[in-house]
Design a protein around this ligand. Structure first.
Ligand code: C2E
Ligand code: MG
Ligand code: MG
Ligand code: MG
Length: 290
């Protein structure tokens, strides 16, 4: 009986591995098809000023819009795209589309100062990145100062001289650098003196924790965010809170001195065409009324 259990156990394990391999292969096939058939979209989520809620910028968030399955969640797609190095091609599509969206939004709404934040995986930091980004913004007539390059610890962790050089080059070109998901890694603070960072995005787990039912967790989270914000401001960094879902979170974070916020309370990530409709609707109403 013991032997059979062992065998069944091994078989179960094999089946789980097989399922996983199949689904990864399926995702990889979808990524490839998406690149060829143009299924990738750059959704946009506005980032607002916590003081007054005007739009400061937009974050581009990748979506794979499968013709049968519809929108597929990005987390799995990104991890498979990273493993298979397809993230470079996907990233190039997102850059092109997102910058195009920003140009269109600016044209239609008249907003000329809003920025565009684009997420980058470590593999995307190849030698051709600055020239490619320069070509895209040039073609769309967007000033490089309006582009924010969002990186995570995963990019900085390598402490790779080439990545460091590329980040410096992008910044010299005019782009700003945002450190994403701040506070979730192992040594977030130590990156601040080694890399030129302009924006700190405090991870949404902190936004949740400031209203935690446990008094101790709540108080410590608030002190941590306040400390990070004070520190960031001393280093001339802008601070953004991610994942704001309630008025209470918004109020508390504003009181704590954070600059910008991003979250479902204000806007969900959405298709650029829908966002444009939403952005111009109040103006066209005014135009119609007058
Ligand atoms: P991220 O860069 O930290 O992006 C913020 C995530 O929070 C997005 O998830 C967004 O939809 C979600 N979010 C925004 N507001 C709220 C809120 O109020 N509540 C909650 N619960 N979530 C909120 P999304 O779109 O699923 O993207 C997940 C991650 O995938 C991103 O996290 C980013 O790391 C990565 N990613 C997305 N697009 C790209 C891309 O084009 N390239 C690369 N390399 N990575 C990307
Ligand atoms: Mg991001
Ligand atoms: Mg983030
Ligand atoms: Mg995140």
């Amino acid at each position: 009986a013991k032997k059979r259990d062992g065998k069944n156990g091994a078989q179960l394990f094999d089946n789980v591995m097989l399922d996983r391999a199949r689904s990864r292969a399926e995702i990889e096939a979808n990524i490839e098809a998406g690149l060829v058939d143009n299924w990738f979209e750059a959704f946009l989520q506005p980032i607002v000023n916590l003081n007054g809620r005007s739009i400061a910028g937009f974050e581009a968030l990748m979506r794979l819009n499968h013709p049968q399955k519809g929108l597929m969640p990005p987390a799995e797609i990104i991890s498979v795209a990273e493993e298979t190095a397809k993230i470079v091609r996907v990233g190039n599509v997102i850059m092109e589309k997102a910058v195009g969206h920003l140009a269109k939004i600016s044209r239609i709404s008249g907003m000329q100062d809003t920025y565009l934040a684009i997420n980058f995986s470590p593999l995307q930091f190849e030698a051709t990145l600055p020239a490619r980004l320069a070509a895209i913004v040039g073609r769309h007539g967007i000033r490089p100062e309006r582009i924010v390059v969002e990186i995570t610890e995963a990019v900085l962790m390598h402490d790779n001289p080439q990545i460091r050089m590329l980040v410096t080059e992008l910044r010299r070109f005019g782009c700003r650098i945002a450190l994403d998901d701040f506070g979730t890694g192992y040594s977030s603070l130590s990156y601040l003196n080694r890399f030129p960072v302009d924006i700190i995005k405090i991870d949404q787990s902190f936004t949740r924790a400031i209203n935690d039912g446990d008094d101790d967790v709540r108080q410590k989270s608030r002190m941590l965010i306040e400390g990070i914000t004070t520190l960031s401001h001393k280093m001339n960094c802008t601070v953004i809170a991610e994942g704001i879902e309630t008025e209470e979170e918004c109020r508390t974070l504003h009181q704590m001195g954070l600059d910008y916020g991003q979250g479902y309370l204000f806007h969900r990530p959405q298709h650029a065409a829908k966002l444009i409709e939403e952005l111009v609707a109040p103006q066209s109403n005014v135009a119609r009324a007058s």
